[in-house]
Design a protein around this ligand. Sequence first.
Ligand SMILES: Nc1ncnc2c1ncn2[C@@H]1O[C@H](COP(=O)(O)OP(=O)(O)O)[C@@H](O)[C@H]1O
Ligand SMILES: [Mg+2]
Length: 402
Amino acid sequence: MTWWKQERHSSRDGIICDGSVRSGKTVSMALGFVLWSMETFQEHRFALCGKTIESLRRNVTALLPQWLEGICTFEEKRSENRLVITIGQRRNHYYLFGGKDEGSYALIQGMTLSGVFFDEVALMPRSFVEQALARCSVEGSKFWFNCNPEGPEHWFYKHWICKAQERNLLYLHFTMADNPALSPAIRKRYERLYAGVFYQRYVQGLWVAATGQIYDMFDPQRHVVETLPELAGERYVSVDYGTQNPTVFLLWQQGTDGRWYCVKEYYWSGRAQMRQKTDGEYADDMDAFLEGTRPRMVIADPSAASFIAQLRQRGYGVQGADNQVLTGIRHVSELLSGDKLRFSSACVHTRREFQAYVWDEDGGGQDRPVKEHDHCMDAVRYFVSTVLTRNQARVRKRPRGI
Ligand SMILES: Nc1ncnc2c1ncn2[C@@H]1O[C@H](COP(=O)(O)OP(=O)(O)O)[C@@H](O)[C@H]1O
Ligand SMILES: [Mg+2]
């Protein structure tokens, strides 16, 4: 918060804080930024940048008045995305930008700024960040960055963190132990939430590449059951659709033990069987798979437009799946490590794919799975992302226990 006042750091051009989630990066940096800008400038302009304006409001500007109560007064000109902060006779202007929001790039282009604060900078496009920095022409302006780690090939890691010294930036690494508000029990809970590469990045705070098995927390002893427990409530089917590639249906229902079970699997590989099926044949197979019953919803591969239409004609409720790959993989990992997701031993292809599904190590620094042995894995992800995980505006009612 006060590095800019300390003699040994005051000549730096900015600060980078990276490290684990919930370690206090955003709070300490946002407070520091406001205090620095208010003490140093009068009637100047600054940029506050988040991944989107929405997330910036939620994580930062909505909370500032509470954090700085009795020190500053805040007035938000919402239609201009401008925040006016006042301390006594001093006043400055803070413009809100979302690095991923259409139009932010163009808006920031014409401004002259005395400082920029980037919350979660690794989630913003490089072009936006560099444009914002180029606007800082005022003497004494500083850059403030924070983020959680991504892969070591990420542009922010390579060009900013590794070059912090030569760019004359102070670099601080945070861990959850730096947040005095986290009790050991809550900290443990966060630690348990993440697994695999997400644990290394979000808990340990390391810029590591995603390599090897994606679901390395998948343990057949734990996640595969010979006998299903008593099941109750709504059933869902998730679908990965292929014409050349395999088509998969997975049937899901919650156990009375609170876990979700993948009860049954359908798998057809046109290539392996040397015969492709039509949408009508696949829909017949779906009828047979469900023995004529209807689930609450079919969650389908969003690209399977003609098959979706076919299912709807037959009276199925169908929803296009949320297809954000990395977020979905993270959610599946979390549920597996929390032992909230289990599979019937009858789901043989799914079981096999869990072992074979790996990160693409030639991905040019991008986190992405090898697009092989991924059909059941996509169907698992579609179900989890669309039905089970939080903040899904499209699914109004979250099933119990998750
Ligand atoms: N120094 C602190 N004292 C009290 N509470 C803190 C402190 N730092 C962070 N917190 C609280 O901990 C939570 C996580 O902090 P945040 O800054 O959002 O973490 P990060 O940006 O590293 O994910 C927030 O609810 C915040 O209010
Ligand atoms: Mg944060």
